[in-house]
Design a protein around this ligand. Structure first.
Ligand code: HEM
Length: 273
């Protein structure tokens, strides 16, 4: 990616060369940057076979994909971390339980790493419960029905734009016991980040989030390290304000402020960063 971006910046004529190709595609066909990327990747060869059009056409596709991955991957993961930390400082007993799990599996003086993540089911429960209450993409992406269908008694003609309100599904009292309460334990025993059609923070199907695997490594690793290394508490007696702000990725209305103190068992961990 870095080499491709460097080449692109040093060769602006390559971008220009790709522009006639972009014009060949009907913008209505481009339903997502992924499709755009793959549409650009192949074309008809002289012998009539599908082949890569040319590197000149490929590189802008890589650039677009890079921008999409960075923009789709940062706010979502960072926002999930901020909601999780806010829920934790409002529920100190959950931090204690998570610290006990980490301390039981990782020897004193060693910072947790990627290979430890699968040994920490309670940490995953905290992240799942955060994604249930505050899904980073509450309406998923816009989808389009490929056939006429009936959903919940409503006729949906082919070609209708559909927005799935997963926030409402995740907070539905018919599906969840005390849906507004933060109870990570409700996810005990669940493998992964899907529970049928009632819990789907990364969407599903072929347009589901392609960054799910990465997110479910980065978020547990970062959150786990914060829990392992520090004791956390609220700035004052007031609970952290959990109001939602405006924005596509469900930001907090007020940024989190919290106090932290290094745990004595973690003093050696920082030299491993
Ligand atoms: C906690 C973190 C994340 C959450 C909750 C999340 C959630 C979602 C959701 C719900 C969708 C829409 C799926 C659908 O419409 O069915 C989506 C799409 C997408 N996500 Fe994520 N995501 C996260 C992190 C990431 C990361 C780390 C990356 C990339 C590095 C990423 C890249 C994308 C892309 C490119 C799409 C569009 C896929 C398409 O249109 O086909 N996401 N994400």
């Amino acid at each position: 990616m870095e080499w491709a971006m460097s080449l692109l910046l040093n060769n602006p004529q390559v971008i220009k060369k790709a522009q006639p190709l972009e014009a060949k595609f009907d913008v209505k066909d481009i339903r997502g940057s992924y499709s755009f990327f793959f549409r650009m990747e192949t074309g008809e060869g002289r012998e009539g076979r599908r082949k890569l059009v040319s590197w000149g056409h490929y590189i802008p596709g890589v650039a677009i994909l890079t921008v999409v991955m960075v923009s789709a991957g940062t706010d979502t993961s960072v926002g999930t971390m901020e909601w999780a930390m806010s829920l934790l400082v409002n529920n100190p007993q959950v931090i204690k339980k998570a610290q006990a799990e980490i301390d039981a599996h990782i020897e004193k003086g060693r910072l947790l790493n990627e290979s430890d993540i699968n040994k920490l089911p309670y940490l995953h429960c905290i992240i799942n419960e955060t994604l249930r209450l505050y899904p980073a993409s509450p309406l998923l992406g816009p989808h389009e029905s490929s056939e006429d269908c009936v959903v919940g008694g409503f006729n949906v003609p082919r070609g209708t734009m559909l927005l799935a309100n997963i926030w409402a599904v995740h907070n539905d009292p018919n599906l969840w016991d005390e849906p507004t309460k933060f109870k990570p334990e409700r996810f005990e025993g669940l493998q992964g980040t899907r529970d049928g059609f009632k819990f789907m923070p990364f969407g599903l199907g072929r347009r589901g989030c392609p960054g799910e695997g990465l997110a479910m490594h980065v978020v547990p690793l970062a959150l786990g390290a914060l829990i392992q290394c520090f004791d956390w508490e609220r700035v004052g007696d007031e609970l952290v304000d959990m109001s939602e702000g405006l924005g596509l990725t469900l930001p907090k209305a007020e940024p989190l402020e919290a106090k932290c103190r290094t745990r004595s068992s973690a003093l050696n961990n920082f030299s491993q960063l």
